[in-house]
Design a protein around this ligand. Sequence first.
Ligand SMILES: C[S@@+](CC[C@H](N)C(=O)[O-])C[C@H]1O[C@@H](n2cnc3c(N)ncnc32)[C@H](O)[C@@H]1O
Length: 270
Amino acid sequence: MMLCGSLRFSPKSPLTRLKVFDLLSLGFGGSLRSRRGSTSVGYLCSARNNAGLAFSQQIGQQTTPLSGLDDELLGYISGNKKATEVAHSIWKRIVQKGDTVVDATCGNGHDTLALLKMVADGSGKGSVYGMDIQNCALENTSTLIKESSDPNEVELVKLFNLCHSSMEEIVPKGILVRLVAFNLGYLPGGDKSIITLPERTLQALEAASRLLEPEGLISIMVYVGHPGGRDEYAVVQAFASQLLVEEWVCCKFEMVNRPAAPVLFLLFRK
Ligand SMILES: C[S@@+](CC[C@H](N)C(=O)[O-])C[C@H]1O[C@@H](n2cnc3c(N)ncnc32)[C@H](O)[C@@H]1O
């Protein structure tokens, strides 16, 4: 397994001693945020609070509870956690209550629901804009949201039958978003011939980059095991590679000896 791009770790480091800070401080330049701001002993980083302050990367200051993310990352490294679980854990560190976020591929709604729980705070603030080109996917998403959320939360989700290349049409003008999530490929349990397509994905990534606010994240899960998956991988890789290093931190989680395993790209806007 290899963490490519900006995330690297020394093969000499025993996993049991590997702290999430060791990974994240390399990849994200100290800009990931804590959602809670309470303390936890043992990490060599401190976090700013929910007002949106960033890790100070200093020893001896307030520290943050990152054990959940530690577990996910170490679980991924040891083959016990999926890339989707890593993605959700990282989203939780980026997304704040009241944020606006986008699910660019709703599918069966699992990501939409996860995002809803991250932005909803009971005050009516926060929005999840979700889209899919298949009505059945939107119906599945809608059903899941209604089954798993209270009516006030349901109100925060807006679903559209729309290609993600047009996402700028549904996010209100002047609103920037904290996170855009892509989970590419086909609808699980649905028609496997209906897949995301490289050209549209590229247009959608460009749209997402225009919508994203500073310290926001574009998260892209690429399934390379199905026909066309490798073409999408190449497009995402090329898009991420050309983003300015002064403005973006781009990395990916990729299993080296499992070539069909999904690849998680994370494009963090500084
Ligand atoms: C892997 S699934 C998404 C899984 C979903 N995020 C979940 O949590 O269940 C990919 C979805 O992308 C949708 N899709 C394909 N092309 C699209 C496009 N151009 N714009 C938006 N959605 C698209 C498919 O219909 C499918 O439902």
